[in-house]
Write a protein that binds this ligand. Structure first.
Ligand code: GDP
Ligand code: MG
Length: 765
């Protein structure tokens, strides 16, 4: 039967994963392998996706994907067979570190296993961390001193494996191959040890110096797990240290092992051996065959572990083939691969990739069994998670709770944020007055007061709100709620051609689009990721708020003001849905990669982590302020201050006035006059500048009607996000093409929507 046919609460054994390519590979890596027991835990509100438990992990699959998995009932207990272990020692090439007293340590592990926590504990006050939606985006570097060594720690993105499947995996892999770290610390969530060890087996193939941190040990202890760490360490050929980076326990021992490993020689230490996992006769033959060509090629031999490369070639890894195809032996290598693949198929009925994965899991099972691994029953980490999920991700309660939380988030952000906003506002005003009084008149004073203090001041006011919003988001992320939000929203997002995970960046977009664009990195499907990035500017970021407040305050009666504001946010959301649909149907082509989302157990986040994550996001905003906004404010000020004949007698005769007049004909359909046009133009730097420019140009006395005002707000909502966002899109999408596209389509759409509303509105008003 199909997995999709199981009901909530039922269990079955996995027989086979159908389909091919990315989907299949991913799903098998997640632990959907033959013989594993799978349990249906929960249905999302719209009955799609469904949450499953496999190998101690909770993941969700879309119904459509669950149809690809064949299962059988009742559950059959397969005999965990200890895979045989072949031992081999070969010379290890140490990286050419120039300074002998610096040890480069790369942190590798699954997402959410505690890498960043380790990084922070070890690097102490020197940490520079970036965590977006639980995934470390770049490699972050930090330093620690231990036993006379300086240890350079590199925090890498979380990955389940080292295939060339997602950008993160490829990135980690390249770091390991190209920047050969001296020691790799493989952080493992020991409460899900079986699946976490899968990545470890790949590190073993790569023949690196690895120390394992058995993290979350506090949780396994509480649960009463049994494991002989000593046995497991020697079976896997790497030292393993129990740790908990909630408290920092085990850090010293871990560092000690790192240094010890760095100093020792392979094969001379009980825990430092190179182990070859036996992948079965046919695969091993294939490896040997391919290796003979690889070893004859100096370029490959020196750069890669040939065994690892051979395995990757057998797995049909694109990146590995890209390298191999450039070699003179490409033809022979391909022949050897085809031969091996055919033999594997004949013997096992599987392709080589599956056979390799099966063998690795077999090895892990065997090793765990020999090390007397037994999962405890005392206190299941997931117990409270189940209980909470039954409520939070419930079919009926899920949505209401979610909406309530969103409402709470925005309510608190705006009401609580008002206080510090007022203080900062007063502070900026005081500073402006102070400078006005203490300096003599002249361009410099005008620039400082109107350009720098006025421009940057208008922006810094929003920092508290952004920080409050990001505190909420960080809390939701770190506690595990965001993963549920994505789970709840997936079906709806899917309808937009997006992914449940797109939801997090979209929410972040209400704060500032720049960190939101970066947060799209957690979306595995490049297509969904791109679309999310492209519609993000429709999320009304807080920079647009001052314009809304200023204009609604001036043009609409108090009782309608909030309605106008809400309508803007709503129109932004509706437009993003429409645009996303259009983009996913016609513009951004490509396959939709599967929806496999981990649902980590709920954890109460530490205050320190929340603070750090909030700060990381807020920093992006400050950066934008110090750079683009400062420069743009000064430019706008200068253009308004000077004209063709030196200092302009009035704004109309300044450069900015002339510019506005020149583009005025473009906006007649919207009823905008040159001053609005100038403000919009100034807002290209950053939307905050629109408000300050309007302030300068009109001095509070507007000469247009509420309809024009509303169309102006619509234009502000939709058009060109800001330079910083466009640069972020360029950076994240990898090309100017999409960044340019985002800039053009938003502006075009803004023009059309505001013109339409103005023209239609005029018929009725
Ligand atoms: P990363 O994705 O691997 O960088 O993981 P993080 O360092 O961001 O940690 C993920 C979550 O696990 C955070 O909420 C941590 O507070 C929590 N965490 C990390 N280490 C431990 C641990 O040893 N025990 C427990 N109970 N929680 C931990
Ligand atoms: Mg991290």
């Amino acid at each position: 039967m199909k997995l999709s046919e199981l009901n909530t609460g039922e269990k079955a054994s996995i027989i086979k994963v159908k389909g091919h390519g990315g989907f299949r590979k991913r799903i098998v890596e997640m632990g959907f392998v033959k013989g594993q027991t799978i349990e249906v835990l929960l249905n999302a509100p719209l009955q799609d996706p469904v949450k499953y438990k496999v190998m101690g992990y909770e993941v969700s699959l879309r119904r459509q994907e669950a149809e690809m998995i064949e299962v059988s009932q009742p559950v059959v207990d397969i005999d965990a067979q200890a895979a045989s272990v072949i031992e081999e020692s070969s010379p290890y090439q140490q990286s050419d570190s120039t300074d002998a007293s610096v040890i480069t340590v790369a942190l590798v592990g699954n997402p959410n296993c505690g890498k960043t926590s380790l990084f922070n504990f070890a690097s102490g006050a020197h940490e520079r961390v970036g965590n977006y939606s639980g995934v470390t985006v770049d490699a972050k570097e930090g330093y620690a001193e231990f036993e006379g060594y300086k240890i350079k720690l590199v925090d890498l993105p979380g990955t389940y494996s080292l295939s060339a499947y997602s950008p993160e995996e490829l990135y980690v892999r390249r770091q390991l191959v190209d920047d050969t770290p001296d020691v790799v610390v493989n952080v493992i969530d020991s409460s899900n040890i079986e699946r976490n060890l899968y990545l470890t087996t790949q590190l073993m193939d790569m023949h690196l110096r690895v120390v394992c941190a058995l993290n979350m040990f506090d949780e396994t202890e509480q649960r009463g797990d049994k494991l002989n760490i000593d046995t497991l360490s020697s079976l896997m050929g790497m030292p393993m240290v129990p740790t908990s980076f909630k408290s920092g326990r085990g850090l010293d021992e871990l560092m000690h092992e790192v240094i010890h490993l760095f100093e020792s020689r392979e094969g001379h230490d009980k825990y430092y051996r190179h182990i070859h996992i036996n992948h079965g006769h046919e695969i091993e033959d294939g490896i040997a065959n391919i290796q003979q060509y690889l070893k004859g090629n100096d370029l490959l031999r020196l750069r890669y572990s040939t065994r690892w490369l051979a395995l990757k070639l057998l797995e049909n890894d694109k990146e590995a083939w890209r390298v191999a195809d450039e070699q003179p032996e490409a033809h022979q290598i391909r022949e050897a691969c085809v031969l091996a693949a055919r033999r594997v198929k004949e013997e096992t009925g599987d392709d080589a990739e599956t056979a390799i994965m099966d063998a690795k899991y077999g090895f892990i099972r065997g090793a765990l069994q020999e090390a007397g691994y037994q999962m405890g029953t005392k206190e299941d980490t997931y117990k409270s998670t189940h209980w909470l999920d039954a409520i939070i991700a419930n079919r009926w309660l899920g949505f209401p709770i979610f909406l309530l939380l969103l409402w709470l988030m925005f309510e608190v952000t705006f009401t609580l944020g008002q206080y510090p906003m007022d203080w900062i506002d007063a502070g900026v005003a005081w500073l402006g007055d102070f400078v006005t009084q203490s300096m003599s008149d002249g361009p410099l004073k005008a620039m400082l007061v109107d350009g720098v203090i006025g421009g940057v001041g208008a922006v810094i006011v929003f920092l508290p709100q952004i920080l409050i919003l990001y505190t909420f988001i960080s809390f939701m992320e770190d506690s595990g709620y965001m993963a549920r939000a994505a789970f709840i929203m997936d079906k709806l997002m899917h309808g937009m051609g997006l992914h449940g995970k797109s939801f997090i960046p979209l929410i972040m977009g209400f704060g500032c689009n720049v960190p939101a664009v970066m947060a799209t990195r957690t979306i595995e499907s490049r297509r969904s990721r791109l679309i999310t990035m492209l519609v993000l500017p429709m999320m009304s970021c807080s920079a647009r708020l001052p314009i809304y407040i200023m204009i609604t305050g001036a043009f609409f009666a108090t009782k309608y003001q909030s309605l106008v504001m809400i309508s803007l946010y709503a129109i932004g959301i509706v437009l993003s849905v429409i645009v996303a649909r259009i983009l996913s149907t016609w513009v951004v082509k490509g396959e939709d990669t599967p929806f496999v989302m981990e649902l980590p157990p709920y954890r109460f986040p530490t205050a320190k982590a929340i603070f750090r994550h909030t700060w990381e996001k807020g920093k992006q905003y400050l950066k934008k302020m110090g750079g683009v906004i400062l420069v743009a404010s000064i430019i706008v000020w200068a253009l308004g201050y000077f004209g063709t004949m030196g200092v302009a007698p009035s704004l109309e005769q300044s450069f900015i006035g002339l510019l506005g007049k020149a583009i005025e004909p473009l906006f007649t359909l919207q009823g905008f006059d040159w001053r609005i046009d100038v403000s919009l133009l100034a807002g290209v730097g950053a939307k905050e500048i629109v408000a300050s420019t309007m302030g300068v140009l009109y001095g509070g006395e507007y000469n247009f009607d509420p309809l024009t005002a509303y169309c102006f707000l619509l234009f502000v909502l939709i058009y060109f996000p800001c330079i910083a966002t466009i640069v972020a899109i360029r950076h994240e999408s990898g090309s100017w093409r999409w960044a340019t596209f985002a800039a053009l389509y938003t502006t075009g759409l803004a023009w059309v929507v505001s013109a339409a509303v103005y023209q239609i509105g005029n018929l009725f008003l």
